[in-house]
Design a protein around this ligand. Structure first.
Ligand SMILES: *Cc1c(COP(=O)(O)O)cnc(C)c1O
Length: 351
C-alpha cells in the first residue's frame, strides 16, 4: 500500500491467474492451454518478418485480421472487434456496456474475472445460482436484469448451454444484452455466432488462447452488431490505440488461415477428453459432462485441495477453486493421451 494510490485501489480484489511455473519441469494441466501449440505455419511467417518494420506502429484496427475473422465467421467486417486477449476485450465490454447499467447477472460458478471487472468499474452484480447439476438456467434470470454474461461452455464446469435455450432467451428479452464468452466453444458446443444476423442483443467473445494454442500471443475478439462494436472501439481508442502488436496480428492471421491444423488438434483434444473422462470414472471420480478442453471432477476420497496437493507432489498441476460449491472439485486440462495417462497413473497411486 502507498499513500500515492488512488481511491479504491486498496479495496480491489484482483483476479488471480493459474500458476505459470518458471523453470520447474511440471505437467501443466491448470490453465487450459493447448498441448499442441499453434499452427506450424506461424513459425515460417514470423521467420520472414522484416524486423526493421517494427519501427512502425501496427495497424490500430487490425484490419487484415478483422477481415479474415469476418470471413471465417461469415459476419460483416464491422461486426468484428479485436483486442489483446479476450480478457482485454471483456474489460472493454464491462466499460462499454455494463458500467452504470447494473446489476450485472452472471452464474455463481463461472469465470472468476467477472466480479473483478465489476468491482473495477463499480458495477453492481447479481449472481444466478447454477442448478444442482451445475447447469445455467437462463429462464431463472429475473426480468428486471438487463445485462447478462456467462461463458459457453461454462468455466469451470465445462457444461454447454444449447443454442435453442439461448435463442429463446435473447428473443424473449430484446432489451437485455447477453454477452457469451465462447473461450471453449470450439471443442463441441454450439456457437451463438449464428444468432448475430437475427438479434442485435447478443455479443460473442472469443479467444485464440485455448483452441488455437496461442495463449502467449494475446489475441481475443468480439463479434456482434456494428453499434456494439463501435462502443468497444470508442473504449479501446480512449485507452490504448494499439492493443495488438504487429507480430500478434500476423500470427493470428496465419492461424485463421490454417484450418486443417486447427481441426486436427481439436479432434485430438476431444478424443483425449473421452479417454480422461473414462479413466477418471474408473478411478471413482464423478466428472461433469464436458464440451471444453478441461473437465471438472471430484472424488469423495479427498477434498479438491487434497487431490491438487497430491498431484503437485508428483509434478502435476491442476486447478482448484477454494470457493463455495467448488471445494470438492478439481479442474483438469485435457492434455495429450500420454499426459492423460500420466495424470491417471498419478491419481491411482495416491487414491
Ligand atoms: C481463458 C479464458 C478467457 C481469457 O482468455 P484470454 O484471451 O487468454 O485473455 C476468458 N474467458 C474464459 C471463460 C476463459 O477461460
Amino acid at each position: 500500500m502507498s499513500q500515492f494510490w488512488s481511491e479504491g485501489v486498496t479495496e480491489l480484489h484482483p483476479y488471480v491467474p493459474g500458476e505459470q511455473p518458471q523453470g520447474e519441469r511440471l505437467l501443466k494441466l491448470n490453465t487450459n492451454e493447448s498441448p499442441y501449440g499453434p499452427s506450424p505455419a506461424i513459425a515460417a511467417a514470423l521467420h520472414n518478418v522484416n524486423v526493421a518494420d517494427l519501427r512502425l506502429y501496427p495497424d490500430p484496427a487490425s484490419r487484415k485480421l478483422s477481415a479474415a475473422l469476418a470471413e471465417y465467421h461469415s459476419v460483416p467486417v464491422d461486426s468484428v472487434f479485436v483486442g489483446n486477449g479476450s480478457d482485454e476485450v471483456l474489460g472493454f465490454v464491462f466499460r462499454a456496456f455494463f458500467k452504470g447499467k447494473g446489476p450485472l447477472c452472471f452464474p455463481d460458478i463461472s469465470y472468476s474475472f467477472y466480479p473483478v471487472w465489476a468491482q473495477l468499474f463499480e458495477i453492481e452484480t447479481h449472481t444466478l445460482p447454477v442448478t444442482k447439476d451445475y447447469r445455467i438456467e437462463l429462464s431463472a434470470i429475473p426480468k428486471e436484469l438487463k445485462i447478462v454474461i456467462f461463458p459457453n461452455p461454462n468455466a469451470p464446469t465445462a457444461i454447454a448451454l444449447g443454442l435453442g435455450e439461448l435463442e429463446a432467451f435473447v428473443k424473449a428479452r430484446p432489451d437485455t444484452l447477453v454477452v457469451v464468452d465462447e473461450a471453449y466453444v470450439d471443442y463441441g458446443a454450439e456457437s451463438a455466432v449464428t444468432l448475430l444476423g437475427t438479434y442485435t442483443n447478443v455479443l460473442v467473445v472469443r479467444t485464440m488462447s485455448k483452441s488455437r494454442g496461442l495463449a502467449g500471443l494475446r489475441v481475443g475478439y468480439a463479434l456482434g452488431a456494428p453499434d456494439l462494436i463501435e462502443g468497444l472501439v470508442r473504449v479501446k481508442d480512449s485507452f490504448n490505440s494499439y492493443p495488438l502488436d504487429a507480430l500478434a496480428q500476423l500470427a493470428a492471421l496465419v492461424s485463421i488461415e490454417d484450418e486443417s491444423y486447427f481441426q486436427a488438434t481439436l479432434s485430438k483434444v476431444v478424443a483425449s477428453r473421452a479417454r480422461l473422462t473414462r479413466g477418471l470414472e474408473s478411478l471413482g471420480f464423478e466428472v461433469l459432462p464436458s464440451t471444453a478442453n478441461f473437465v471438472l471432477a471430484r472424488n469423495p476420497a479427498k477434498s479438491g485441495g487434497e487431490w491438487q496437493a497430491s498431484l503437485r507432489s508428483q509434478g502435476i498441476i491442476v486447478r482448484h477453486f477454494n470457493k463455495p460449491r467448488l471445494e470438492d472439485w478439481i479442474r483438469i486440462t485435457v492434455g495429450t493421451d500420454a499426459e492423460v495417462d500420466r495424470l491417471l497413473d498419478a491419481l491411482a497411486s495416491c487414491s
